[in-house]
Design a protein around this ligand. Structure first.
Ligand code: PGA
Length: 265
């Protein structure tokens, strides 16, 4: 078992309104406060970042739930209608950003080049980054899973220095498992994570690869979290649907924390 601290992200996507967002943040902040073996971060929609951040800051406890943004733009300011800069995100208390989520790649149409610009700009701005990678169903069926993940990892992290990798988390999210109720088997997920770690080793060396956290995402729920998180190369999860229910999200953070406790004890 690794020394890596598991990290569980709650990606709220384009869901909730102000009142529900505040309530969800309050419950999560209170209930994960006592867990000190896993990290938790929530990614609310842009309009609620400030409010959710205020709620998270007000809660006390051993584990501080971090505030993350679902997207960002690489330019620092100017005529980019609708976009949000890194310094604006930092201004409202954001510490970490998602880049390359499959919905942004395949629904919105973001390219590897744009994703890489965002990754580098976020790191330069002092933010942490969760770079999401993952294959589509047809790519899996053609046996291309590892090649797709390697390419997205290499493109996404091009120009990133080994010294910046402490602030990067990879989220492996097979596209066919996101929001579908279908989850990769723990063995399949472990295989993909090990291969991604191999790509990181080739890019940045073994030490960095061993220290980098790789989360699994795609229909994680309380009933499958523990088995997924106990795989040697899986360091927590990025949670969509189940992160909108406080009980489920808290149970998943508890599962990540318990994996570490079991490994240590
Ligand atoms: P899901 O989403 O848990 O609803 O499958 C995961 C994600 O998109 O990060």
């Amino acid at each position: 078992m690794s020394q890596r601290t598991p990290i569980v992200g709650g990606n709220w996507k384009m869901n909730l309104h102000a009142r529900d967002a505040k309530q969800l943040a309050e419950v999560i902040a209170q209930r994960v406060g006592g867990l000190d073996k896993a990290e938790a971060v929530v990614f609310p929609p842009f309009p609620y970042l400030l409010q959710v951040g205020t709620v998270l800051k007000a809660a006390s406890g051993g584990l501080t739930v971090k505030l993350g943004a679902q997207d960002c733009y690489h330019e620092s300011n100017g005529a980019f209608t609708g976009e949000v800069s890194m310094s604006m995100l930092k201004d409202v208390g954001v510490e970490t950003v998602l880049a390359g989520h499959s919905e942004r790649r395949h629904v919105i149409g973001e390219s590897d080049e744009l994703i890489n610009r965002k990754v580098r700009a976020a790191l330069e701005a002092g933010l942490d980054v969760v770079l999401c990678v993952g294959e589509k169903l047809e790519q899996r069926e053609l046996g291309q899973t590892d090649a797709v993940n390697a390419a997205q990892t290499q493109y996404g992290l091009a120009g990133v220095g080994a010294g910046q990798m402490g602030r990067v988390v990879i989220a492996y999210e097979p596209v066919w498992a996101i929001g579908t109720g279908r989850t990769a088997t723990p063995d399949d997920a472990q295989g993909a994570h090990r291969a991604i770690r191999g790509t990181l080793a080739a890019m940045f060396g073994d030490k960095v690869a061993q220290a980098t956290r790789i989360q699994y995402g795609g229909s994680v729920k309380p009933s499958n979290a523990a088995e997924l998180f106990s795989q040697p190369d899986i360091d927590g999860g990025l949670i969509g649907g189940a992160s909108l229910k406080a009980d489920d999200f808290v149970a998943i953070v508890e599962a990540a924390s318990a994996t570490v406790a079991a490994a240590v004890g």
